[in-house]
Ligand binder design. Structure first.
Ligand code: SF4
Length: 406
């Protein structure tokens, strides 16, 4: 039975959050808690009956957002005995180096500090232009950049990228020469590679809620498929922290399946995907952080229920009221873009109407966390509580029913 986040409280029982057995090195195959789905051609293609013993995998790539579920996912691997040297955290930067921001100033700093505190390797990846680049996309998707095993950044261009760049130059010269016919022809071809000028839709469909797919899932696949350590003859486990309790959609996810970068014939590359906290309730997740004395991302301490993008499209009015209060330039970016695009972030209302008179979710008692959230001044010493301090639920705990799905 799945305990939905909206029904989970501090008093819910701990079901999956207790310390797991040390199974690494014990030749144990992990079986799924719910048999894998085989109801569509796509699900049949990705079906995986069980995981091989943990010790048989060469690298564990953890998709690490810095949110509580990905933190619990890493801690669970460590508690089952996976050596730190085999774990690599992969973080996708949603802003892709762009000036206009969508994500918390603290997120990257928290991820680095967490990796330092646990002596784990972390690598970064992003789609150039980030969230706002995709909102204003005209032509091909932008290139993906990712950090490789040696620390250097690599860049992968989509197939139509060069042609899109060429078309933009041709359009400029057609405009200069006042050749409207040619301009229209180039414009049509450019739009065939992609044209957005609208916000992602609030819904489960990843085609229309394009931010998750284009800025996270696809970036992750490109980064994992091209890492030096996944080129050939390797056996990889990709680990991510989705949970059934988060949404109806996620309640149907498989605990384990073949990852989209699995290529056993062509590359002799085995890639299994393991959602190791899929059955955990929110209470179970907090229990893992509590046991390990881990301080969560400051957004939880300040009052957010999820560490998704700061301005996640699924944010509630009180979350956007919080953004308006502590990150007014982020709020203003959305307000101005709504006017420019003639398209609202919400399905029906402008951001100002959506927020209305909602009370900000910010907990003003948490000045240190507010400072960390806005400045990114977080070090490894801020991740683990010392032994005299009491671990407390953050203000945002058990408010997960409100916020984004990724
Ligand atoms: S957290 Fe929200 S805005 Fe960010 S990628 Fe996910 S759905 Fe989109």
């Amino acid at each position: 039975m799945v305990l939905r986040d909206r029904d989970c409280t501090m008093n819910s029982p701990i079901v999956h959050g207790n310390k797991p057995a040390l199974i690494y090195g014990q030749n144990i195959c992990i079986q799924p808690s719910v048999p894998g789905r085989e109801d569509t051609p796509h699900m049949r293609k990705h079906y995986l009956g069980h995981l091989d013993p943990l010790e048989s995998y060469t690298t564990f790539f953890v998709l690490f957002s810095g949110g509580k579920d990905s933190v619990a996912s890493v801690l669970n691997l460590l508690e089952t005995g996976v050596p730190r040297s085999k774990i690599v955290l992969i973080h996708h930067d949603i802003d892709g180096g762009s000036e206009r921001k969508m994500d918390w100033p603290a997120t990257k700093a928290y991820c680095i500090a967490f990796a330092d505190a646990f002596d784990l390797e972390i690598r970064f990846s992003f789609r150039e232009g980030g969230f706002w680049g995709e909102v204003y996309r005209y032509g091909s998707k932008k290139p993906v950049q990712f950090q490789d095993a040696d620390g250097s950044m690599r860049r992968i261009e989509p197939v139509a990228w060069q042609r899109s760049q060429e078309l933009k130059m041709l359009m400029d010269s057609a405009e200069r020469e006042d050749d409207l016919e040619l301009f229209k022809q180039y414009d049509e071809e450019l739009r065939s590679y992609g044209y957005r000028f609208q916000f992602p839709a609030k819904g489960a469909n990843l085609q229309t809620r394009y931010c998750s797919g284009v800025l996270k899932i696809e970036v992750g696949s490109v980064a994992i498929a091209h890492q030096v350590d996944t080129k050939e003859n390797c056996k990889i486990m990709v680990v991510s922290g989705e949970r059934r309790g988060e949404s109806t959609n996620r309640s149907k996810y498989n605990m384990m399946e073949l990852h989209r970068t699995h290529a056993p014939q062509r590359r002799k590359r085995i890639v299994h995907h393991y959602r190791n906290v899929i059955d955990f309730s929110e209470k179970d997740i907090w229990e893992v952080l509590k046991r390990n004395r881990v301080v969560p991302h400051p957004c939880y301490v300040v009052g957010w229920g999820r560490a998704s993008c700061a301005c996640c499209i699924f944010s509630s009015p009180s979350h956007f009221a919080g953004i308006k209060e502590i990150l007014p330039s982020y709020y203003e970016n959305i307000r101005l873009a709504e006017i420019e695009l003639n398209f609202t972030l919400d399905n029906k209302k402008s951001i100002d109407e959506f927020v209305g008179s909602a009370k900000s979710c910010v907990d003003h008692n948490e000045q240190k966390a507010i400072h960390q959230l806005l400045t990114g001044e977080i070090g490894p010493e801020d991740i683990l509580l010392d032994h005299v301090e009491e671990w407390k639920y953050p203000s945002g705990a058990f408010r997960s029913g409100v916020g984004g799905p990724c």
